[in-house]
Write a protein that binds this ligand. Structure first.
Ligand code: ATP
Length: 427
């Protein structure tokens, strides 16, 4: 999957609010607008004033929450002329997520940098956070005062909590958060179309994360129709991710090579029906009642299983253990089940961890699976922007369960690495 033209993409205002800096007027044809906040003094493209809070002189740290996602449904509806598959997928953000902090670099710094903590992430300069900052800079540049100089370099810190290459969309979510954070740190703004174009250029799931709400996603992922919130207590979700990264491209290739669901059209029918129900206003209880249907509403299950020896056995054992249907998110290998309450989902976490240790649940990949309880998230709350005071910015989506539950030393270990992009030598 990779982003397309952005025809139906909507950039939601979910991460708007909070302290705002980007109030500049409309820019030229580029879709860029220039604010008068942090970074505005760096009109020569230098970083000396970038990110400085005028009143206190402290550097502004922009903090963004980057949620994981679930595909409640994922139907592959055809093959496009550009070689990509078209999809019909209902996607929801979760309360589990990464935290991204971005600040203008101290004077003299000429490169964007990224420091990662938490789960291990390949230390590559093509990390989506850096790519998103570079793409956003390019979009903002035409309206940047002092052009051809560019907006100043940024220092990013990513607390990685979402398992990588797991079907949970972590990289795409980080990219969407980085677009928002970079604009806030520069005091710049892009119109929705320009923002959507940047998002779509970074990956197929990025427009969804930019919208920030439950959505029906079609096309290659670029068409995002926000859906109403599910009523009642937010549905709780148990996530079980085998320690085994799975490439989305490889799963789609397996699908194209014939690893298909036995009943063609089943996922599509369920996806269309569920989309209609959510549009009309549905509840958590009604969603839970559909658990059996949702378990067979992912067209990539066979394709993922064809690439992961033991995945079918793992899912069967998990279903037996939980005594409820188990669904796959995206291209896998993350499996999930719905629960009526977070307390029940947490109980299931303990049960699954125990089963992984005592052998009731067969292990696949490199060790015990990542197991977590979370909820389907509601509309995002205000992001936080705060002066640096040496402490990590507080993260306050409606509820962030992984923040307290997941041990940094847990599955996946830890990584702390300094990465630099090479794409912004213009300072
Ligand atoms: P999707 O379901 O959106 O296709 P995924 O959830 O299966 O993706 P990601 O965790 O987004 O997978 O990672 C996909 C690839 O992107 C990985 O191979 C990883 O190395 C790369 N990547 C680049 N930047 C990031 C990032 N910030 N977080 C996670 N992965 C990243």
């Amino acid at each position: 999957m990779s982003g397309g033209g952005g025809s139906g993409a909507r950039s939601g205002d979910g991460s708007g609010g909070g302290r705002r800096f980007g109030d500049g007027g409309p820019g030229g044809g580029s879709g860029a607008r220039r604010g008068s906040g942090p970074g505005s003094g760096a009109s020569d493209g230098g970083a000396s004033d970038g990110g400085s809070d005028g009143a206190s002189g402290a550097r502004i740290h922009v903090v963004r929450f980057a949620p994981a996602k679930l595909n409640l449904t994922l139907a592959v509806t055809g093959k496009r002329d550009d070689g990509y598959h078209s999809l019909h997928s209902i996607m929801v953000p979760l309360s589990l997520g990464d935290a991204l902090t971005v600040a203008a670099t101290p004077a003299g710094a000429t490169r964007d940098s990224l420091q990662v903590s938490g789960l291990v992430l390949p230390a590559k300069s093509d990390n989506l956070v850096l790519r998103a900052i570079i793409a956003t800079r390019a979009a903002v540049a035409p309206a940047w005062p002092g052009a051809p100089a560019f907006p100043p370099a940024l220092a990013a810190r990513l607390a990685k909590r979402i398992p990588v290459a797991a079907g949970l969309g972590g990289g795409s979510s980080d990219a969407a958060a980085a677009i928002r954070a970079a604009l806030a740190a520069w005091g710049a703004a892009l119109d929705p179309e320009a923002t959507a174009a940047v998002a779509a250029s970074l990956g197929s799931d990025v427009p969804f994360f930019l919208a920030g709400t439950a959505a029906l996603v079609t096309g290659r992922g670029e068409s995002v129709e926000p859906l109403p919130e599910i009523g009642g207590e937010p549905p709780a979700v148990l996530l079980v991710t085998p320690q085994l990264p799975l490439s989305t491209a490889a799963v789609f290739k397996a699908y194209a090579d014939g690893a298909r669901e036995p009943e063609a059209g089943l996922a599509r029918n369920t996806s269309e029906r569920l989309a209609a129900e959510i549009r009309a206003g549905t509840t958590s209880a009604a969603l839970l009642a559909r658990a059996e249907e949702l378990a067979s509403a992912n067209d990539l299950r066979q394709a993922a299983a064809s690439l992961v020896p033991g995945l079918r056995t793992f899912v069967t054992a998990l279903e037996r253990l939980l005594d409820r249907p188990v669904c796959q998110s995206g291209s896998g290998p993350t499996m999930w089940s719905l629960y009526a309450s977070l307390a029940e989902a947490r109980k299931a976490v303990r049960f699954v961890r125990l089963a992984a240790v005592n052998g009731t649940l067969p292990l696949i990949g490199t060790g015990e699976p990542f197991v977590a309880a979370t909820t389907i998230a509601g509309r995002p709350t205000s992001p936080l922007v705060q002066p640096a005071d040496g402490s990590e910015g507080a993260i306050r989506p409606r509820s962030v369960h992984n923040w307290v539950e997941i041990d940094d030393q847990g599955p996946g270990g830890t990584s702390d690495g300094q990465m630099e992009s090479k794409g912004d030598k213009s300072q």
